[in-house]
Design a protein around this ligand. Structure first.
Ligand SMILES: [Zn+2]
Ligand SMILES: [Zn+2]
Length: 508
């Protein structure tokens, strides 16, 4: 079991002394399933961790946002301590009744993470998913004289939990305090300590910590006191694959006794038993995503400055009827794709499709075109117009683009640069009075991808036909381009005349 703890020398041993009555571990004869026999509270009904289900959580309008400034103070000293269970620190006090029910002082922080060779080690789960690790920052309610008293009260402690996720990108320098081999080696053995250059905890936090879950629970180690106001943040802290490898190399190399293993120090999830998980109401339904604006595109993308660019203001009086153009057949669009992934691509919400339908009708498109993604452009906050195309000087609230590639090309990448390589169907979205349940299907998971490049796979897939208007016969056709860099002029555009509608409440 893990024997490493980072501590801020702030007298934290009260929790540990409470643990010393009996032995326990994360596996074997004194593993989590046996904790209840030596520590009665471990068998009680409001235990942690839990599997948080976003769809089962309730919005609590009283909950506010944590501010980064709450965590920017650098503590006077910080020390890694090997006391048998994790890393510890202390310092700032949070005094904001909108985020915590009292004044809570930080005492220690520690990490739970995957055993060597495993990829999962967080304590909480989110929507059935377990992460690589989980950081816990433990605070005590300052209205109690000491930790022992606080452990007996339901609001005695507040723990902030952050998931830790591994992505093969740049190292997270803030997390080197946990990941660097030299730091770990200094405290590899029981009772070892090592001074740490103090740092502000804010440096570890993910970009968005405004979205979180709140519930009433317990310590996740014996004595399992049901004294914890839990806050589990949705956006994870990211570390690199290289950092994990550093970590496991260290685990392999050290000459530790066989029971001295790092990682795998998580307790299995426990039932809610009627408890309610809440979250703040700050979640956004449909909000613009940050991106570099069109005015900057010309500098880096040559094609964006050429002649046949999109979007355009379609002037009906200047269009010409083409007798060869027919009506789209609705049944083409009813096939359900094999896989659908929702992605925040930085300027639109995008759904990538695997196994999308193919339009093979020369009356409507000049080739066989397979759908591979669709995305939505919409108005900025408090604005009512965000479509890309206009019709007769009118801009709509939003515009849906369904993107197809000509299957005569070997790949999407090849089709992208060819004349008529792509076909995009554009559907205007207007504000109406009724809730559009199809748009809800699309947007329900949006809270999970608020950050650039975040994505999630839809567990229930749906057909694309539901986003098309009733009238598939009246549309405008022209040859144009991608409306985002690299702006290739490879697109056969179809812009339907009739919009679809969503309600004001679905916007924000
Ligand atoms: Zn913990
Ligand atoms: Zn588009």
């Amino acid at each position: 079991m893990i024997k490493i703890v980072a501590i801020f020398l702030l007298a934290l041993m009260a929790i540990d002394s409470a643990q010393s009555a009996a032995s326990w571990s994360y596996g074997g004869s004194d593993g989590p399933s046996t904790w209840g026999s030596n520590f009665a509270e471990c068998a009680a009904s409001n235990q942690s961790p839990i599997d948080i289900q976003h769809s089962g959580s309730l919005v609590d309008g009283r909950l506010g946002n944590f501010a980064l400034s709450m965590f920017t103070a650098v503590p006077p000293t910080m020390q890694l301590l090997n006391n048998g269970h994790a890393y510890i620190t202390g310092g700032y006090t949070i005094s904001d009744s909108k985020v915590l029910p009292g004044n809570y002082q930080a005492l220690q922080f520690h990490l739970h993470w995957a055993a060597n060779g495993s990829t999962v080690g967080s304590e909480h789960f989110l929507d059935n998913k377990q992460y690589f690790g989980e950081l816990h920052i433990v605070h005590v309610n300052t209205k109690y004289p000491n930790i022992s008293v606080a452990l007996g009260e339901t609001d005695g402690l507040a723990v902030l939990g952050f998931f830790v996720k591994v992505i093969s990108t740049a190292d997270n320098s803030a997390m080197e305090v946990f990941m660097a081999q030299n730091r770990l080696q200094a405290v590899a053995f029981e009772d070892a300590t090592s001074n740490q250059v103090p740092f502000a905890l804010s440096t570890i936090f993910p970009a968005d910590f405004s979205n979180y879950y709140r519930y009433q629970g317990s310590l996740t180690t014996p004595p399992c006191s049901e004294a914890v106001v839990w806050t589990v943040f949705r956006e994870p802290i990211i570390i690199s694959q290289a950092q994990v490898i550093d970590f496991s190399l260290y685990q392999n190399k050290q000459n530790a006794p066989p029971n001295l293993l790092i990682g795998g120090n998580y307790r299995p999830t426990l039932p809610l038993n009627g408890r309610v998980v809440t979250r703040p109401s700050s979640e956004l339904k449909l909000k613009p995503l940050t991106h570099t604006g069109p005015e900057n595109w010309l500098n880096s993308y040559d094609a964006c400055g050429t002649m046949s660019q999109s979007p355009i203001d379609i002037v009906h009086g200047a269009t010409v009827a083409d007798e060869k153009l027919g009506k789209f057949n609705r049944t083409t669009f009813t096939a359900i794709p094999d896989k659908m992934t929702l992605l925040n691509n930085g300027h639109a919400l995008q759904v990538n499709l695997e196994g999308g339908y193919t339009v093979s009708d020369r009356n409507v498109l000049p080739g066989d075109y397979q759908a591979f993604q669709f995305h939505l452009h919409w108005a900025a906050v408090n604005q009512s117009r965000g479509s890309e195309h206009w019709i007769d000087g009118k801009q709509y609230f939003a515009e849906l683009h369904i993107v197809h590639y000509n299957t005569k090309y070997a790949s999407i990448g090849e089709a992208l640069t060819q004349h008529e390589g792509l076909a995009v169907l554009g559907v205007f979205v207007a504000i109406g009075s009724e809730t559009n349940e199809n748009i809800d299907l699309l947007l329900n998971p949006i809270a999970q991808i608020q950050q650039y490049n975040q994505q999630m796979i839809y567990s229930s897939k749906f057909d694309i036909g539901r986003f098309l208007p009733e009238d598939l016969e009246n549309y405008y056709r022209y040859s144009g381009s991608l409306t985002t860099p690299p702006c290739f002029e490879s697109v056969v555009w179809t812009v339907f005349n009739e919009p679809i509608y969503i309600s004001r409440a679905q916007v924000i």
